[in-house]
Design a protein around this ligand. Structure first.
Ligand SMILES: [Zn+2]
Length: 468
């Protein structure tokens, strides 16, 4: 009984802090939103955790990260999210995906990359990719990302302007790359057409508050030298990111060696492709020299452990990248090769894979995996001045994660829980640019039923197209 009384007293005390802080303090600054009461994992340079903590947000911006009583004393919020029994952290950053490919989820599993790509995915895309398909797929992906705590993502696909509009409407942040590829695809017959599309796309979305337009040359084995160089030049001309798949599989390494007597990274170096805004997805088949090249050229790498394991592509040398000081982000890859966009799962698998392949369980500890999914990803996308950590002055991109279920009990260390226990479905609140996209698991910016119904309709077309 005494414990109950003490607990009741504690609840009263917190309620006092939340609701009834002295009205006789007129100096409190009016802000739009306060998230108060949970363990705040900031992902700042000192890996600060404030427990309990609070985040004050005004408009798009974080104005304070502090203890609940300090925030309650200084800020009067128009809206308050009670995050007690939750972990508050920066929104997760998915550095590599192909959003509309959620519509190919489970279409072709248990195959090697080249067979999967050449015999299933490219043919399916040839028959079904359209502006409508891309729109419907992106909405479905956005719903999944919001529901699982991703607030920013990098994309490489076709009709990228449709993806940008759907992403912006859903309220998510995106670094979105218009694909350039050698063979005819749904939105371009030639690389030159793809490049023209990419340039128009960049012009249309430059300066957007949520969308960063980018160029996405598919890979060194699906583009000739002229198209690779033109893609890199376009990125440089407009100072936008260049996204490319690099050294994903042993087959790609063999192609590079047979055609150019170089590794994929070495070949791209030899033609002057690399620039500081380049993001290399996968980076599995790299030598120490390749890692040194990527570091020297300030190229960031997107690590995609789940896709790499499922397609048996290999394991990227994560420890090697980190010790060389290469900027590393985490990605899910498209849902056709994963088969979901859950960044919590990606964090956990990144940790497990790094430990297994090095035979050293101290490799990629939880804090480092979390960093890769937050501030590391933001760095990889060139967004770290804006997002990736909970710090005053940054944009308010944050999520809250519940910790009260059987699976999360007990909790000794919130960072450990985020990486080794939490799942996307545990996310309660998703906020981007100060806007609440999901509250108590209720997504505000998308009509869930309409999104799922449209996706089911589109899946019928996919099924018919591939005879499945
Ligand atoms: Zn990919």
């Amino acid at each position: 009984m005494r414990a109950q009384a003490a607990a009741a007293a504690a609840v009263v005390a917190i309620a006092f802090v939340l609701a009834a802080f002295p009205a006789a303090q007129p100096a409190r600054r009016a802000v739009s939103l306060v998230v108060i009461g949970g363990s705040v994992v900031t992902a700042d340079a000192w890996r600060t955790v404030i427990s309990p903590g609070a985040v004050a947000i005004d408009g798009t911006t974080i104005v304070a990260v502090d203890r609940p009583e300090a925030v309650a004393a200084r800020y009067a919020a128009a809206d308050t999210i009670d995050a007690r029994d939750q972990i508050v952290l920066p929104g997760l950053v998915n550095t590599h995906t192909h959003a509309p490919m959620v519509l190919y989820r489970g279409l072709a599993d248990d195959l090697a990359l080249m067979e999967w790509l050449q015999n299933y995915i490219f043919p399916a895309e040839a028959k079904t990719v359209s502006p409508d398909m891309v729109r419907v797929g992106t909405r479905l992906a956005a719903l999944e990302m919001i529901e699982s705590g991703t607030t920013a993502y990098a994309d490489m696909y076709y009709f990228e302007e449709e993806i940008a509009r759907a992403t912006r409407d859903a309220g998510l942040r995106g670094v979105l790359g218009q694909t350039i590829i050698q063979f005819p695809v749904a939105d371009a017959k030639t690389p030159a057409e793809g490049l023209a599309r990419a340039e128009a796309f960049i012009k249309a979305f430059r300066g957007d508050s949520l969308i960063v337009p980018a160029v996405a040359p598919h890979a060194m084995y699906t583009l000739d030298r002229a198209a690779l160089n033109a893609s890199a030049a376009l990125g440089r001309r407009y100072d936008v990111p260049v996204l490319i798949h690099v050294a994903e599989t042993r087959d790609e390494l063999k192609i590079a060696q047979d055609r150019h007597a170089l590794t994929p990274v070495g070949y791209l170096e030899s033609i002057g492709f690399w620039g500081p805004r380049t993001l290399a997805a996968h980076g599995v088949w790299v030598t120490d020299d390749d890692i040194a090249v990527l570091k020297r050229r300030s190229v960031a790498v997107s690590h995609n452990p789940e896709s790499n394991m499922k397609l048996a592509s290999g394991a990227a040398p994560v420890a090697g990248y980190l010790s060389a000081g290469v900027t590393l982000g985490l990605g899910t890859d498209g849902a056709a090769s994963n088969n979901d966009l859950d960044m919590f799962e990606a964090m956990r698998q990144a940790g497990f894979l790094a430990k297994l392949t090095t035979g050293d369980p101290t490799t990629l500890p939880a804090a480092a995996a979390l960093e890769m999914a937050t501030i590391g990803g933001a760095r990889a996308l060139g967004l770290d001045a804006l997002v990736g950590s909970l710090e005053t002055g940054k944009r308010a991109d944050l999520i809250t994660v519940s910790t009260t279920g059987a699976r999360q009990t007990p909790m000794y260390d919130p960072v450990s829980h985020l990486v080794y226990v939490a799942r996307g479905g545990d996310v309660q609140t998703t906020i981007v640019n100060g806007r609440i996209l999901m509250r108590d698991r209720d997504v505000k910016t998308l009509d869930r039923h309409a999104v799922l119904a449209a996706a089911a309709r589109m899946a019928k077309q996919v099924r018919a197209a591939v005879g499945k």
